[in-house]
Design a protein around this ligand. Sequence first.
Ligand SMILES: NC(=O)c1ccc[n+]([C@@H]2O[C@H](COP(=O)([O-])OP(=O)(O)OC[C@H]3O[C@@H](n4cnc5c(N)ncnc54)[C@H](O)[C@@H]3O)[C@@H](O)[C@H]2O)c1
Length: 283
Amino acid sequence: MGHRCCGKRKCAGVSSNASSQQLLEHNLVGTINVLEYCKRNKAGFILLSTSRVYSIAPLITLPLAVENNAYGPRLDSCSVVGLSKTGVAESFSTAPPVSLYGATKLASELLAVEYGEAFGLPIWINRCGVLAGAGQFAQPDQGIFAFWINSYLRRRPLRYIGFDGRGYQVRDCLHPRDVAALVWKQIQSPDRQVERVQNVAGGVDSAMSLAQLSEWCAGRFGKHVIGRDSGSRTYDVPWMVLDSTRAKEQWDWQPTLSREQILEEIALHAEAHPEWLEISSSR
Ligand SMILES: NC(=O)c1ccc[n+]([C@@H]2O[C@H](COP(=O)([O-])OP(=O)(O)OC[C@H]3O[C@@H](n4cnc5c(N)ncnc54)[C@H](O)[C@@H]3O)[C@@H](O)[C@H]2O)c1
């Protein structure tokens, strides 16, 4: 597996502007602090984990086909445990490398389950895909959908990075309100005897490529030329769609807000807040 570091870009905690130590302190030590709090107070713990816990090697070597300006896995020519046409399931490999960011989350998952067992705490782990909605910071690492729509509307320079610069890379999206609905169910059912770990994502119905997102923006806002960047982002994967079948079966949960509703909500918010990019990108 070959990967190049892109230097300045923030890539799952490996870039020059993000300290690896800070990442560990925030994501992992922060989790330990909260788990200790839960232990002292006999509280339950719900971890919002990430699709980034899944192994990068099988994801970047996945045979892909291009359809409608988007990558999709060629399932006829490969067999990968945990992968189906409904996406990446919980049984997919979590072998390293998963990125430093993913590793802090995977380690947090492990510790959460151990604390639960050792101290009798209810633990639920939700591996989330990309969250998207109005009011989200318009920064790429806070959610590519809000960043893209706000930037497109304001005609800021946008570039397709990596994968031949065509923008065929695919992600699914999920509204935070739908995550909240599941968390609420989990808070109310601390003793439910089901698997503790589940994917929580918009899945195939909500998945789209950056090129398709640009097409949507063009239809909504008019023309804007997207550039191509020959560089790459460390640990970037061409296709990540989570299969949330387990969450559906265990919790009778599924997304209620469609991709179109999410995109439109972000667009309306962006139009109503001309200053949003400046406000939300200052750290
Ligand atoms: N709001 C959120 O959903 C949020 C916030 C923080 C962390 N995360 C975590 O990150 C994970 C998603 O990470 P990921 O790497 O799969 O997807 P991502 O959202 O970081 O990137 C998606 C695609 O957008 C491209 N991209 C990223 N920044 C870009 C930029 N500035 N310009 C052009 N293209 C850009 C990447 O090449 C990638 O292919 C989620 O699973 C989640 O756990 C998500």
